[in-house]
Write a protein that binds this ligand. Structure first.
Ligand SMILES: [Zn+2]
Ligand SMILES: [Zn+2]
Length: 338
């Protein structure tokens, strides 16, 4: 099979021929149709994640078909369309797992494309635990970005504590944010998009935002307060000061949820104390969260906008993603038909 691997930390993406992998007990083999290119793939490329064994095939936004099933796998069958996301698996018996905090697994936390080879390949193997069902009406290309960018925004929003009608702001209208605005609007929130410049306003409103705040020409906190204050701000940008500039716009008990990996955040404690505001992060989700994301997106017509590249141009696709200029996600089309 063809696969694109990273030979060593800091190495270049390279197209190689490899043997098609066999699934061990509890694992399945996936014939990959599409795989999204995510900023977190840079953790593998640059060796920023501890303990990666190289060469490693990156890719954790995978849509494909179950191609072979290892011993003891239930209930998956060959021919089923599935997705594989960031969360590859967890032990199920350590204390955090027993509390349902699977992202905190202390024994066997597996991350797709980091702990084992991911989806920049014609085939991969994945733990059965990592699989999400894909609705028939969702194409592989459309589904792939939902397996990381989608589930992260969807899951952060649905667990944010906001209720229908609450003011919810999405900071940033990029790869994560363009999905976040659609999810927030479809979930019935009074949706606010915040971005730099006037030019994104029409687009944000087309995605479903009721209000738009240009953070370049106005103070986002003051503008949010004019709307009564935000119950939730989801920060998808990668700039700390842009995030904390929204804190004063949170309603009492409002929460700023960080899902963009930014530099250090500097927070005025008074803003937290007065109004009991809080600041938290959100981890993407497990396979059932991804499955819910795919189902919600298909039912409510939430769509990722993608730039599509073939597998043999993965290095170019990766550079395009890293440039920050892609509109909005980059996806590798790998299977014969996606
Ligand atoms: Zn565990
Ligand atoms: Zn990702």
């Amino acid at each position: 099979m063809r696969a694109v691997q990273i030979p060593r930390a800091g190495g270049q993406l390279e197209l190689v021929e490899r043997d098609i992998p066999e699934p061990e007990p509890g694992w399945v083999r996936v014939k990959v149709d599409a795989c999204g290119v995510c900023h977190s793939d840079s953790l593998v490329k640059e060796g920023l994640w501890p303990g990666i064994e190289y060469p490693r095939v990156p890719g954790h936004e995978v849509i494909g078909v179950v191609d072979a099933v290892g011993e003891g796998v239930k209930p998956w069958k060959t021919g089923q369309r599935i997705g594989v996301g960031w969360h590859g698996g967890n032990c199920g018996y350590c204390d955090p797992c027993r509390r349902g905090e699977f992202f905190g697994c202390e024994v066997a936390l597996l991350t797709t494309g980091i702990s084992f080879d991911g989806g920049y390949a014609e085939y991969m193997v994945a733990p059965a635990q990592a699989l999400a069902r894909v609705p028939d009406e969702l194409s592989a290309i459309d589904g792939a970005p939902l397996m990381c960018a989608g589930v992260t925004t969807f899951n952060a929003l649905r667990n944010s504590g906001a209720r229908s009608g609450d003011v919810v702001a999405v900071l940033g209208v990029g790869g994560l944010g363009h999905l976040g605005v659609q999810f927030a609007a479809k979930m019935g929130f009074e949706t606010v998009a915040i971005a730099r410049g006037k030019d994104k306003e029409a687009f944000a409103k087309k995605l479903g935002a009721k209000h738009y705040i240009d953070s370049q020409t106005s103070d986002p906190a003051a503008e949010l307060n004019k709307l009564g204050g935000a119950r939730v701000v989801i920060a998808t940008v990668t700039h700390g000061p842009a995030m904390t500039a929204t804190l004063g716009g949170l309603a009492p008990n409002g929460v700023l949820i960080v899902i963009g990996a930014a530099g250090p955040l500097s927070v005025d404690p008074i803003l937290l104390i007065a109004g009991q505001r809080s600041l938290k992060g959100w981890y993407s989700g497990t396979s059932i969260d991804s499955q819910d994301t795919l189902g919600f997106s298909a039912s409510n017509n939430v769509q990722s906008m993608n730039e599509i590249f073939p597998l043999d141009r993965a290095a170019e696709a990766y550079d395009r993603m890293m440039s920050g200029k892609a509109r909005f996600r980059v996806v590798l089309q790998i299977g014969a038909k996606s």
